[in-house]
Design a protein around this ligand. Structure first.
Ligand code: T5A
Length: 219
């Protein structure tokens, strides 16, 4: 039986990585095979694009160029990892997917929605996530969390950490948050908003309560 495809979305520092790990542990304990992956990245080619996209100057790429580069990575990721894993019955937990392009390049970066929709039509096609958890948080809190984590990473990596989008102005992050809430409103069956301004364990409880329903449905 085909596995379930779950994406995690939201602004910076919402706790996606933390929650994916916790959900993966619970699913594995329930006997489900899990693949944890991320975008940009997840396949060899897409990881190379990740480096191009996330390091260096904030203005290195125009939003349209970014949308195309993220799409190229997504296409490779779907082809090499996501679709084959789902076919093998594994559950794929993906840190960011197409909603990030809608939000970061689309709404916050002003790339026309028709352009984004056309890319989605050919790149994602019918491989939409079965469930998307949108971790919703005041951007000032999320950025503070992400920056604290970044300071630790920089200390260990001689300043080569990835932080382009975290350096964007606050209004950019407020626009992102609104975009994600609008996506959730437009696609309530796929998207569930999780309050990220609560303890890690409480966030996990909310996600697990919903994931259990997905397990029941997929049995
Ligand atoms: N992007 C991506 C696009 O522009 N377009 C696209 O199409 C795609 C796919 C990816 C960047 O690329 C952009 C968006 C992003 O800017 P990234 O390095 O992968 O960049 O970083 P993010 O996805 O933004 O993830 P972050 O690492 O910033 O945050 P997470 O994964 O949401 O959060 P996490 O779990 O690492 O937690 C951050 C810190 O907060 C703590 C954690 O311990 C950690 O220190 N934390 C909490 N603290 C208090 N309470 C809680 N509930 C907490 N949960 C976690």
């Amino acid at each position: 039986m085909r596995g379930q495809f779950i994406s995690f979305e939201g602004g910076e520092g919402g706790g996606k990585t933390t929650q994916i790990k916790l959900l993966a542990e619970k699913l594995q304990a329930a006997g489900i095979k899990v693949v944890q992956t991320r975008e940009p990245g997840g396949s060899e080619g897409a990881e190379a694009l990740r480096h191009l996209l996330l390091t260096g100057d904030v203005a290195a790429w125009s939003p349209i160029s970014e949308a195309l580069l993220f799409a190229a990575g997504r296409s490779d990721h779907l082809e090499k990892l996501i679709r084959p894993s789902l076919e093998e019955g594994k559950w794929v937990l993906c840190d960011r997917f197409l909603d990030s392009t809608r939000a970061y390049q689309g709404v916050a970066g002003n790339v026309p929605q028709e352009f984004i929709a056309t890319i989605e039509k050919y790149v994602v096609a019918d491989s939409l996530p079965d469930r998307t958890y949108i971790l919703d948080l005041d951007p000032e809190v999320g950025l503070a969390r992400a920056n604290a984590r970044m300071a630790d990473i920089k200390e260990q990596s001689a300043g080569l950490a990835e932080d382009r989008f975290e350096n964007m102005r606050l209004q950019f992050h407020l626009d992102l948050r609104q975009c994600y809430l609008d996506i959730a409103k437009a696609e309530p069956k796929r998207c569930h908003v999780i309050n990220a301004d609560q303890a890690i364990g409480s966030m996990h409880d909310d996600i697990w309560a919903d994931a259990q329903k997905l397990i029941e449905k997929s049995n």
